[in-house]
Every structure is written in C-alpha cells, then in structure tokens.
Design a binder for this molecule. Structure first.
Ligand code: GDP
Length: 222
C-alpha cells in the first residue's frame, strides 16, 4: 500500500496544550503559500485533505491525519509561517509556538520542510531547521513547485540548497511538484525509512529489556 494513501483526518487543535497523544508523528512545515497543503493532498492522493488556502493567515491550527498504512502513525500539518498580511506580533507568536512544538514534541520523529523551489531558505525556514537541529532527527526538504523550473534551474537550485545546508547532516533534499505529481515516491522512500528506523529502535528497546539468556541463572547452578 502507498504509505500515505487513505490517510484520514483525525483532529484539529489550536493550542499546544491540546495536542493529542500519538505514538509517532511526522510534521509538515513551510512558509505560507509554499505548497504544503498541496503536497499533503498529493501525497495522500486526496483532493481536499489539507485545506489549500485562499485566505492566507486565516487557518492557524494544527491538523492531524492518521495514516492507514501505519495506523499508529500521524501526519501533522503545522500552520504556515511568514504571512505578510498578519501583524508582526501574531507572526512572532506562531513562530514561537512552532519552535516549542519542534523542540519538545516527543512523538515527532521527522520533519518535512516545504520550500518553494524558486524561493528557498528564507530566514524563517532556517529558524525551523535550527529549532529542530538539536534533536538530531531527520529533516527532508521538498523543493516544491519544481514544475515552474526547467531542468537546468532545478539542478542548480538543488545544488545550491545542498551546499547551503552542508552543515546540517540530518537534512536531505529533493525536488517536488504537486501539479505534475513528481517526487512522490522519493518522499515515501524517505519517510518509510524513518518508520523502519523507529521500529528497529523499538525492537532494540524490547530486546534490551529482556533477560539475557546467555547469563547463567545462579539458582540453577549446582
Ligand atoms: P500552503 O499555503 O503552503 O499550504 O500552499 P498551498 O498548497 O495552498 O499552495 C499555494 C499555491 O501554490 C496554490 O495556488 C497552489 O495551487 C500552488 N501550488 C502548490 N503546489 C504547486 C505545484 O507543485 N506546482 C504549481 N505550479 N503550483 C503549486
């Protein structure tokens, strides 16, 4: 089954204190208009799962979607940042909130950062990367709307962004187009790797907790 196929809306919250308990989640972040909602809809093959915004700045909530392929795992659609139309104090408040989520959310195992391929690495994108950096967890960047570039521009952008983020070893980068449905499999492969990594760690923890049967049982010694 496609990893994201048949994801279902789970809940919406407006405050961090209301976040649901989830065993594991991956989050999508990006500047307003970067193409985040379109990317979620395209990946999930669902026309209106995430709301493609017509009025930027109005939808400042956190949406959770449950994956059908991995029932314990959730996608989190975080509010877009950098809306020009919103007062500075409100913008700052949301950046602070996103920072707190990215730094402290325990069940978060990886971040998908959406950046318009024509306008990558804006200041707030770097802030998000820095918020998340301390955790040492993976970030996968989608350079969105890549259909708006020719092949040469795409390669150049990819190389420039890679070079700029050379100091971020946990970051991987790819081109993505919702309109042309390009790059979907690459995202799935990366996220499937995150899930496999989590499952391997959980299996290790279980094994670590078990008694080591190579150690002789002192009671059975004659
Ligand atoms: P969000 O604010 O980050 O959720 O961005 P949206 O998904 O709402 O997209 C913002 C605008 O970019 C909309 O007009 C989309 O139709 C357009 N858009 C999103 N993805 C693509 C894409 O892959 N290619 C093109 N050409 N336009 C896109």
């Amino acid at each position: 089954m496609n990893l994201f196929q048949n994801a279902k809306f789970f809940t919406t919250v407006n405050h961090l204190k209301d976040l649901p308990d989830t065993p594991a989640e991956i989050a999508f972040v990006g500047r307003s208009n970067a193409g985040k909602s379109s990317a979620i809809n395209t990946l999930c093959n669902h026309v209106r799962l995430a709301y493609v915004s017509k009025t930027p700045g109005r939808t400042q909530h956190i949406n959770f979607f449950r994956l059908a392929s991995h029932f314990d795992y959730f996608l989190v659609d975080l509010p877009g940042y950098g809306y020009a139309e919103v007062p500075e104090s409100v913008r700052a408040h949301w950046v602070e909130l996103l920072g707190r989520y990215l730094q402290t959310r325990e069940s978060l195992i990886g971040l998908l950062l959406i950046m318009d391929a024509r306008h990558p690495l804006k200041e707030l994108d770097m802030r998000m990367l820095d918020f998340f950096r301390m955790r040492g967890q993976p970030v996968h960047i989608l350079l969105s709307k890549s259909d708006k570039m020719n092949r040469q521009e795409q390669n150049k952008t990819l190389a420039t962004v890679r070079q700029a983020l050379a100091g971020y070893p946990q970051v991987s980068i790819q081109l993505f187009s919702s309109s042309k449905k390009q790059g979907l499999e690459q995202v799935e492969t990366v996220v499937a790797g995150w899930f496999a990594g989590l499952e391997a760690r959980q299996a290790d923890e279980l094994t670590d907790g078990e008694p080591d049967d190579r150690t002789p049982d002192p009671d059975s010694a004659s």
